[in-house]
Design a protein around this ligand. Structure first.
Ligand SMILES: Cc1cc2nc3c(=O)[nH]c(=O)nc-3n(C[C@H](O)[C@H](O)[C@H](O)COP(=O)(O)O)c2cc1C
Length: 199
């Protein structure tokens, strides 16, 4: 049995293409792997705080020296990191907002890229501590960016996940969703075809 962690980040609960794709991915995955356990972390429904001084203080200090506020910040952050540590498969939904990932997803990454837990510094440079995890990233974009210099989602997410040791990463892009004509339909059909092949 594997554990699958789905991270949703569209602000839309209704009409979201990335949520539709994660739902289709999970349905297919569960059909192929009925024993697997799926956990959903919805960053829009259940907001993740930005990094703040309390959390950084909690990370830096031994437990005995932490204030109540630092301990509370740690509890919340640890939950996010523990979910990722426990997962074998990560499914990230990444709508494109203003050429990048949603700020909530950036905040989630700020919690889970954690020194001493998901990566460590060594004499040879930083080293990812997560092993044997696979990631599937489902993007939804109004325009078309994949493979071009303006795609700031895929390179960033590859770098951030690779930094913590997740290097087996598959992207599925649903593009052209706001371009009118047949573009949305074609973009979605292409993404679904890829999804069928990998999930
Ligand atoms: C605030 C906001 C910013 C957006 N910025 C971009 C953008 O920079 N480039 C783009 O191609 N689409 C952009 N879009 C369009 C979304 O990527 C597109 O609607 C996508 O389907 C959103 O994901 P969702 O359907 O899962 O909510 C933006 C949408 C919103 C709401």
């Amino acid at each position: 049995m594997s554990k699958v962690l789905v991270v949703e980040s569209s602000v839309r609960q209704e009409g979201s293409v990335s949520r539709q794709l994660t739902a289709e991915f999970v349905a297919r995955w569960q059909k192929a792997h009925p024993q697997d356990q799926v956990t959903v972390r919805d960053l829009a429904r259940d907001g993740v705080p930005h990094l703040d001084a309390d959390l950084l203080g909690g990370w830096m200090k031994p437990a005995a020296e932490q204030s109540a506020a630092e301990q509370a910040a740690l509890v919340r952050s640890n939950q996010l990191t523990d979910e990722l540590l426990a997962a074998d498969v990560l499914v990230l939904a990444a709508p494109m907002y203003n050429f990048a990932i949603p700020s909530t997803l950036k905040s989630w990454l700020d919690h889970v890229l954690r020194a001493g837990v998901t990566f460590q510094y060594t004499a040879q440079g930083p080293q990812g501590l997560l092993q044997d995890k696979r990631a599937f990233i489902l993007t939804a974009r109004g325009g078309v960016y994949a493979g071009g210099p303006l795609d700031q989602q895929e390179p960033y997410l590859r770098q951030a996940l690779g930094f913590i040791g997740i290097t087996d990463v598959t992207f599925i892009h649903a593009e052209g969703l706001n371009m009118g004509g047949d573009a949305a339909e074609q973009g979605l059909a292409k993404a679904r075809k890829q999804l069928e092949a990998v999930a």
